[in-house]
Design a protein around this ligand. Structure first.
Ligand code: AGP
Length: 617
């Protein structure tokens, strides 16, 4: 399994090694921990793959040159499952090395497919789902099917989200790929054609591209490109001209990595939900190295994190306590170990960290482990220090987050927290299987809801433009919306460098309302009508600040018009369950902060004084 990786494919007249390696370098911004290449050379597959940066692969090839070839594929792996080592690196081949395959995504039914392969006494070298797919593809080619036909047969046996790209040792005329819910784009050349996980892979060779739709197999040869639907029927890809330069291509045409990452959130959330169920439908969490009995014994959860990750922990508290009735404390990592916390073996410490390197959080879990507590990490960076020093880990599948201000990292942390809460509920029996299924279905609908909010980005950008001279902003929220208010304030501080404060709306009357003056923008995250008593109290909070001249910008779910009379601006949110609302409510606040900082002329990806990973205490 490998999610959000770099993929390159080439067939033409140039040295495929050069095109593939250069293409992988253009995808370097995606970050990765292994890289590999496979070439079709005189009837054999010539390949090499190495853990670590691309330079490791280049050095290996320099030491042991690959034969000349004009057909090849390459892969960089951002490992979120399975150690980033040479064996797990892509490409993977079948046992007879007739085909080579690279893969991006998760093949959810690979375990049962693996059983069938091993029943045929085929020895698999790695633990990856990719190798299973390579073996199945090779078996089809060995029946005499061409690579395109073989790929069509293969994809109809797979479940999950995937991009597959393959070559056949005995067919140097083509590269064949397939995609379902995972990125792949075709580069159209003259006497040559390209495949890439995004246009950055081939933009220096051609700006003519072709977009593929869902569930399609594409075959590229020197003379052309042909597309088939998974059912075998012919199809046409949508041709378009890429007018970006390379830098823009790395940002998918966006001005900032952060803006790109905000727009990647539907996919990041969907990817973070993949592979979380057994064939029987029960939840299972990869690398959850804590036994169900150990989890049943948990009678307290302490969540430790910093910054945005801390706010994810605050949302997690509502979910874990509601679904499991286990008490949850949420602690700033930098405060945790100095307050002489009460821990013992039945306390589960959960460390949330996108980078997995935050010194405050790392020191906190080290302290927790000396107190015999079990530590579970929620992390987006495979192989980083915090997961390595934890007893268990839930990896988020956001892919590399380049922007210093965390966005998709935050949303996928929320998903991981919901999954942890549901898993604890499953183990402890505090929620029935059908109730857990219902929440999983609601979560699986969230990517579309997030996309709906993203579709209203222009309205939020227009609103941000009106606040370029704003010197202070308040954010109000209640219940699970309270951490969202805090996160919205943090985004504004770290990007627009203006004073912003998040409050529990109920706290206003205990002091902060003195801050309210004419024209002060107050962003209000209104609870869904499902929490009616809270929503009604929020209305009175909004009335109070409006009566004192505040400019109220209200994030309100569709259909709720109780707020309208007191809102200067209404931003509509899709109707979603109360506990899941942070997944949609935070998105307008991310867009607002990103746009405001852009209009202020700030470097959104590298805000002043900040670093992506705070490795000092
Ligand atoms: C959030 O936008 C900031 N980049 C910062 O608060 C960050 O969330 C915090 O430093 C924690 O980082 P981590 O998740 O990598 O541990």
């Amino acid at each position: 399994m490998a999610v959000m990786c770099g993929i390159v494919g080439y067939v033409g007249e140039k040295r495929a090694q050069d095109v593939v390696i250069e293409g992988l370098r253009r995808l370097e911004y995606r970050g990765y921990d292994s890289a590999g290449i496979a070439l079709v050379a005189t009837g054999t597959i010539a390949s090499d793959k190495r853990a670590g940066k691309l330079a490791n692969l280049e050095k290996a090839i320099a030491d042991r040159p690959l034969p000349p070839a004009t057909v090849g594929i390459g892969h960089t792996r951002w490992a979120t499952h399975g150690a980033p080592n040479d064996v797990n690196a892509h490409p993977h081949s079948g046992a007879q090395r007739r085909v080579a395959l690279v893969h991006n995504g998760i093949i959810e039914n690979f375990a049962e497919l693996r059983v069938g392969i091993e029943a045929d006494d085929v020895a698999l070298l790695s633990e990856t789902d990719t190798e299973v797919a390579a073996q199945l593809l090779e078996a089809e080619v060995l029946t005499g099917a061409d690579l395109t036909t073989a790929m069509l047969r293969l994809v109809n046996r797979l479940e999950g989200a995937f991009t597959l790209v393959a070559v056949d040792a005995l067919d140097p005329s083509r590269v064949v790929a397939a995609r379902r819910n995972s990125p792949l784009v075709v580069g159209i050349g003259d006497g040559e054609n390209f495949l890439g996980s995004d246009v950055a892979a081939f933009i220096e060779h051609t700006r003519e591209a072709m977009e593929l739709s869902q569930d399609q197999v594409v075959t590229i040869t020197r003379s052309g490109v042909s597309v088939r639907n998974f059912d075998g029927s012919s199809a046409e890809g949508r041709r378009y001209h890429v007018d970006w330069d390379l830098s823009a291509a790395e940002k998918d045409g966006h001005d900032w990595f952060m803006r790109k990452e905000i727009h990647e959130q539907p996919r990041a959330v969907a990817d973070s939900l993949l592979g979380r169920r057994t064939p029987e439908g029960r939840l299972h969490l990869d690398e959850m190295r804590l036994s169900d009995q150990e989890l049943r014994d948990v009678d307290k959860v302490i969540i430790i994190a910093c910054g945005t990750s801390f706010y994810a922990g605050m949302v997690a508290k509502y979910a874990i306590e509601h679904w499991t009735r286990v008490p949850v404390e949420v602690e700033l990592a930098s405060e945790f170990r100095y307050r002489d916390p009460i821990l013992d073996y039945s306390t589960l410490v959960v460390a949330i960290s996108q980078s997995g390197e935050t010194a405050d959080t790392l020191q906190a879990i080290r302290h927790a482990r000396t107190q015999r507590s079990k530590v579970l990490a929620i992390c987006n960076t495979n192989g980083s220090t915090i997961p390595r020093e934890s007893d268990a880990v839930i990896y988020t599948h956001a892919g590399p987050e380049i922007g210093v201000a965390s966005t998709k990292g935050f949303l996928t942390q929320l998903v991981a927290c919901y999954l942890l809460a549901l898993y604890l509920a499953q183990v402890k029996g505090t929620r029935y299987g059908d109730e857990i299924d219902e929440v999983m279905r609601q979560l699986e609908a969230m990517p579309d809801h997030i996309a709906t909010v993203l579709a209203s980005a222009d309205a939020i950008y227009a609103m941000a433009a009106e606040h370029v001279d704003t010197r202070s902003v308040l954010f109000l929220g209640r219940h699970a919306g309270y951490p969202v208010a805090l996160e919205g304030a943090l985004k504004l501080k770290e990007l627009a460098y203006i004073h912003a404060e998040g409050f529990a709306a109920g706290e206003l009357k205990h002091g902060p309302i003195a801050l309210v003056e004419s024209g002060l923008p107050v962003l209000c995250v209104v609870p869904p009508a499902g929490r009616d008593q809270l929503r009604d109290k929020m209305v009175s909070g909004i009335q109070e600040v409006r009566a004192r001249g505040a400019r109220t910008i209200c994030l309100v779910e569709d259909g709720d018009d109780a707020i309208t009379p007191y809102a200067d601006t209404v931003i509509r949110l899709p109707k979603v369950p109360v506990l899941l609302q942070p997944l949609v409510a935070v998105v307008p606040l991310q867009l607002f902060a990103c746009e405001l900082a852009t209009r202020m002329g700030h470097d959104v990806d590298q805000p002043r004084n900040l670093a992506k990973s705070v490795t000092v205490e």
